[in-house]
Write a protein that binds this ligand. Structure first.
Ligand code: AMP
Ligand code: ZN
Length: 470
């Protein structure tokens, strides 16, 4: 383990505090996954990029991390309260497909976006529809313990049974009055305003496509129960870090705590890590507003996804971040210069252990301060400027990039690729020269065509054959 004191802002205590996991050297981490009814927008992906950095930083300093993520493929209604249509059903209707087809398609699309952005796949990825028996079990226990009730043939969590339901948020009952939030309408079955649905049987969503048998009749789970169950299924009764975007604090994470701790009878998760929003000039980027940016769109416009990753890393995760094309263009220029600078490092000599250790600590310390990614990038620049061996710099670039994942090492790979390609083209030119000498023009033409198919153009000059990329 590297000797650094990791400090994180904890939404639960509302302060930056030292991170101490339950089990020494091990971290149990959970991330709320996407609702797979549409493409992820780059706002969603900001959250996943910053959570990826947190995970990779913890691994960098030596923790053995197990990270679990759900895929929401049922139960998330168009309002985060229990009103509106199931988002999955709305997606299926929009595209005239089945819910499972939609789920499969957008889960793959999400994983692909993550790959493009160098976001590591969590150790466990579990769709909600895989865990119906676990949800039913937890709801049964909550009913037995008196934390849940049946009304209007749905099962609700009774928030009045808790001393401090709003432990995570500053929300209170008054703020939740119907009408304050436009998308909340009164559900007459609820005993208390803040109560939420654990299991729907009879509701206004008669056309719900996915339904399962349960002790309370055929129905489907509420959204919040899935994260409590899926995390416990894979991480057990105690969790170290739970992540999500700030919009998940209330009601989703508040409800997760209510259910989990009532079920377990003890504290569940110690640290809550929330990423602030990516905004546009019109406010939070969101799918429901219709207009949103995706990774594919950035690529179509000619941006390397790494540029967007760097754009995110240059800001602190707890601050709102405004997206503009101008800002992205500036980062694109910065990124190209950075890659060029790394490419210019000499590949001769050996790394110096002391130099590597010094900058490794500086880098870790920057991130240990509540995942300060922009400071970590400053350490990268300071290191590149420093009067140390190029070989040390190369080693440090590769090592920092196990966390930053900005594709920095590809500056080296490209060099290797270039030299492999050059050797191959030179060999082909020699073979073509020999073929011509033997008047085997057919083979000479074949070689020219073969290279052309690989984007290599040959030009015969008085000084010999030269080549270039198309
Ligand atoms: P969803 O697919 O809607 O369940 O959201 C997936 C994740 O993206 C959640 O952690 C949200 O909190 C997060 N999220 C949603 N909108 C934004 C945004 N504009 N900026 C950053 N994160 C967001
Ligand atoms: Zn969740």
């Amino acid at each position: 383990m590297l000797k650094v004191k990791t400090c994180l802002y904890n939404t639960l205590t509302k302060k930056v505090e030292e991170f101490v996991p339950n089990e020494e050297g091990k971290v149990a981490m959970y991330t709320c996954g996407p609702t797979v009814y549409h493409f992820a927008h780059i706002g969603n992906l900001r959250s996943y990029i910053m959570e990826d950095i947190l995970e990779k930083y913890l691994r960098f300093v030596g923790y053995d991390v197990k990270r679990v993520m759900n895929i929401t493929d049922v139960g998330h209604l168009s309002s985060d309260g229990d009103t509106g249509e199931d988002k999955m059903l709305a997606g299926a209707k929009r595209e005239n497909k089945s819910v499972m087809d939609i789920a499969r398609f957008y889960t793959d699309a999400f994983m692909n976006d993550c790959k493009e952005l160098n976001i590591k796949r969590p150790d466990v990825v579990e769709p909600a529809t895989n865990c119906i028996p676990e949800f039913i079990h937890m709801i049964e226990v909550l009913l037995e313990k008196g934390y849940a009730y049946r009304a209007g043939e749905n099962i609700y969590f009774d928030t009045s049974k808790l001393e401090n339901y709003y432990v995570l948020s500053s929300q209170n009952e008054a703020e939740l009055q119907v009408g304050v939030r436009e998308d909340v309408s009164e559900d007459e079955n609820k005993r208390n305003q803040a109560d939420f649905v654990l299991w729907f049987t009879k509701s206004k969503f008669e056309n719900q496509e996915l339904k399962w048998e349960s002790p309370w009749g055929i129905g489907y789970p509420g959204w919040h129960i899935e994260c409590s169950c899926i995390s416990m299924k894979h991480l057990g009764e105690y969790m170290d870090i739970h992540c999500g975007g700030v919009d998940n604090i209330f009601p989703h994470h508040t409800n997760e705590i209510a259910q989990s701790e009532s079920y377990l009878g003890h504290k569940w998760c110690n640290y809550w890590f929330h990423v602030n929003h990516l905004n546009t000039k019109n406010g939070k980027m969101s799918k429901s507003k219709g207009e949103f940016l995706t990774v594919s769109l950035l690529k179509e416009k000619g941006y390397d996804p790494m540029v967007y990753r760097m754009f995110c890393l240059l800001s602190h995760y707890r601050k709102p971040l405004e997206f503009t094309w101008e800002a992205l263009d500036n980062v694109a220029t910065t990124y190209d210069k950075l890659i060029q600078r790394i490419r210019n490092l000499s590949s001769d000599g050996n790394a110096d252990e002391e130099e590597v250790s010094l900058y490794t600590h500086k880098f870790a310390e920057a991130l240990a301060n509540d995942i300060n990614t922009s400071s970590a990038i400053t350490v990268l620049y300071d290191m590149l400027k420093a009067d140390i061996q190029d070989a040390s710099k190369r080693e440090l670039v590769s090592s920092f990039d196990t966390v930053l994942s900005l594709g920095l090492s590809r500056a080296f790979e490209k060099e290797e690729l270039d030299s492999d390609l050059a050797a191959y083209v030179e060999a082909m030119i020699e073979e073509r020269k020999a073929a011509k000498k033997e008047k085997n023009f057919a083979r000479a033409d074949e070689i020219r065509d073969e290279l052309a198919a690989k984007g290599i153009i040959l030009k015969d000059t008085r000084e010999g054959t030269v080549w270039s990329r198309q």
